[in-house]
Design a protein around this ligand. Structure first.
Ligand code: ZN
Length: 265
């Protein structure tokens, strides 16, 4: 729109005379960083503690490139078991609140960075999503790089084979000792630097890069708001700490913010 081109007020907007688009653009930029705590109310096990034990194997020994090279079938049996435990889980009110925020805010004003691989943000409908650790419902060929979604539970053949080159397929997740996907990580740092609000949800954010993301957001002027069941090391630097189950606390926080920001829900 050139100089002098003025939007004709339709009469629907009261007050300042600014166009609806202009007012919407003034809404804050929000980024959420989520971890296991957002999926716990959905019944997703952490796969770390006792509840995650499978045939007495330590997950840290199984989720590695070395274990996969040694025994791809064993690693896949574990992932197939995990997929069977997750497939019936549904997103909860916290996942859906993030979707609602994305729909209410202007395009590009809301992003979700997640450490989870369970696919519940995708299932809930989040679109601007940065999965730092990959996705358990995607397979990737170790030979030719073929990548595809595969939601079959259980998988008919273990280990699954690439339809293109017959190479081994692996879960498209980040294993211990592997680097995070570079592009996703770069995008994550870009969105936290531009954020007005950084919501840390269901993660203590003590591991990297989560810890850095929170600190970088705050240094760039974002309000750091933590949602966890109990205080964490992050609580000391957070601007606001909201304790409780995140499927209960996040919808309440959002309702208050939506009202403050003049968003009709
Ligand atoms: Zn292949």
């Amino acid at each position: 729109m050139g100089l002098g081109a003025q939007r004709v007020d339709s009469g629907k907007v009261k007050g300042s005379g600014a166009s609806p688009t202009h007012q919407r653009d003034r809404l804050p930029r929000v980024v959420a960083l989520t971890g296991a705590g957002i999926s716990a109310p959905s019944g997703v096990p952490t796969f770390r503690g006792d509840e995650g034990l499978w045939r007495r194997h330590d997950p840290r020994q199984l989720a590695t490139p070395e274990a996969f090279a040694r025994d791809p079938r064993l690693v896949w049996e574990w992932y197939d078991w995990r997929r069977q435990r997750i497939v019936t889980c549904e997103p909860n009110a916290a996942h859906y609140t993030l979707v609602e925020m994305e729909r209410a805010l202007p395009p590009g004003h809301m992003a979700v960075i997640t450490q989870n691989v369970d696919g519940l943000h995708q299932k809930a409908g989040s679109r601007n999503l940065l999965p730092l650790h990959g996705d358990i419902w995607t397979v990737r060929c170790v030979q030719c790089g073929y990548r595809a979604e595969d939601r079959r539970v259980p998988l008919p053949e273990l280990p699954p084979r690439c339809p293109r080159c017959n190479g081994l397929l692996r879960p498209d997740v980040v294993w211990f000792g592997e680097a995070l996907p570079y592009t996703v990580l770069n995008q994550a740092f870009a969105v936290v630097q531009a954020a007005d609000y950084m919501l840390v949800i269901g993660t203590s954010a003590v591991v990297q890069p989560a810890a850095s993301l929170a600190v970088v957001a705050q240094r760039h002027g974002a309000q750091l708001v933590e949602f966890n069941i109990e205080p964490t090391p992050l609580s000391e630097i957070a601007d606001e700490v909201v304790l409780g189950s995140v499927d209960e606390t996040l919808p309440i926080w959002w309702a208050e913010m939506a009202q403050r920001w003049g968003i009709k829900r």
